[in-house]
Design a protein around this ligand. Sequence first.
Ligand code: ADP
Length: 487
Amino acid sequence: MRYVGLTTIGSVGAVVAGLLVGVTASVTPHLLPTATERTAATFIGVSAAITFGLVGVPLALLVSRRLKIVSEAIKETASNGVPRPLPGGEMLSGVTHRLDRAIHAWADRCSSLSASLRTAELRLSVCEAERQHAEATLHSLHDAVLVTDAFNEVSLANEPAAKLLGFELSESTHRPIDEIIPDQVLRKMIKEVRQSGVLSKQKRIEHSIRGTRLNEANARSDYDVTIACLPDQKQTGVGGVVTILRDITRQKEISEMKSDFVSQASHELRTPLSSINAYIEMLIDAEAQDEASRQEFYQIIKAEADRVSRMIDNMLNISRIEAGIVSAEKSEVDFGKLIHEVLETMQPQARAEDIKLIDRTGPLIYSAQADRDMMFQVVMNLVSNAIKYTPEGGRVTVAVENDDESRSVLVSVSDTGLGIPPDAIDKLFDKFFRIDNYKRIAKGTGLGLNLVKHIVETVHKGSVGVSSEVGMGSRFWFIVPFEFQGG
Ligand code: ADP
């Protein structure tokens, strides 16, 4: 409608202008002096008006209609994205043809642009998903990870890194490492690796770092630190550095414990073995001249050999429990009965030392789910110690009770023996610990109580303890839950 209106207004304007020329010419004698001139002018004006009226208006209507069709075609193409063929027609054929081509080219361009846009959007969402995935992986890691850029500023870090180095994770991005890493050696290493400019450069060291939090301010932990270069955007130079810190404190402790154990075990084994060796040499050299002395030597050799064998058994049992490869054979253990059997077994030894064994188990049933053989060994070790470290004429009492509140059985072995000095109480259950002054009183391995602790606490999830007074005696106890809770 707009095109029809405009072109019609233009044509009507032309007719009016022609008529105006004619009328003006006929009524203005001062402009055209002669009547012939005025008549001619009027004729020309009127003719022009008629010509424009007859030709201009239809032509304008025709042009406007074509323009309207063209405009609608363009509109439709723009909204659908599918080019609509433009109408031909002689008058506008040149224009519409060119427009048609331009529109087609434009539509092609549009569709290829929207395809590229879709591809770019897809790539962007893939990149975003990958970034989120990488970040989630980084945050789920146990190791501390810190990524720094070419300016030695933090670009990425995870919670363990923030905890270890003592910075706020949410405020760490773009902060220089000089501000957030308190450890000078670590800062220096990161800078050195980045400055090397060699992409393949990687540094790996063991380094101990002081705790940054208040409660562990003085504790040092050992870390396996790996620092590697990251490529820049062109993949040619060094764009940053990734630092990974793995806590190996526990690992180191375990390997130290292992080597301590090996050296202690070999030391402890050497003592009975050298004693066996010495007595055998004396027998070979015929130093025992009578049968009684020879018998005495044989007894000593046997006792030392038994000790070695016990020590090896204990060491194997302890290391199996520590390695988690011991499986308990669970059954309902009647502790009253079990204690009775232990006391029967130990009676000859106690009698030899003139020690009275007292059974305080009572008439009730005291039972819990446990490995019977292991429990037998626990009670046996405690009773055996009580007899060993109680002077002649003393008493060893074994009692048992049900603790309904904690749903467990409590067994105690009390003696009227030497007692334990307060400074030894904490170390009593450690491997190879023996009270120096008591070494000459009884031979031992220093592993019995450690095995007791492992069986009760590690295997049965119970607990052991001791209370003692030097010169008065000791009371060892252990608790085993009614229901088996171990593995
Ligand atoms: P051992 O084979 O030497 O007896 P244990 O591990 O069983 O090894 O005991 C460790 C040490 O604890 C003993 O060497 C002894 O010094 C002390 N000890 C254990 N039981 C008693 C007890 N009932 N009274 C006094 N000391 C004890």
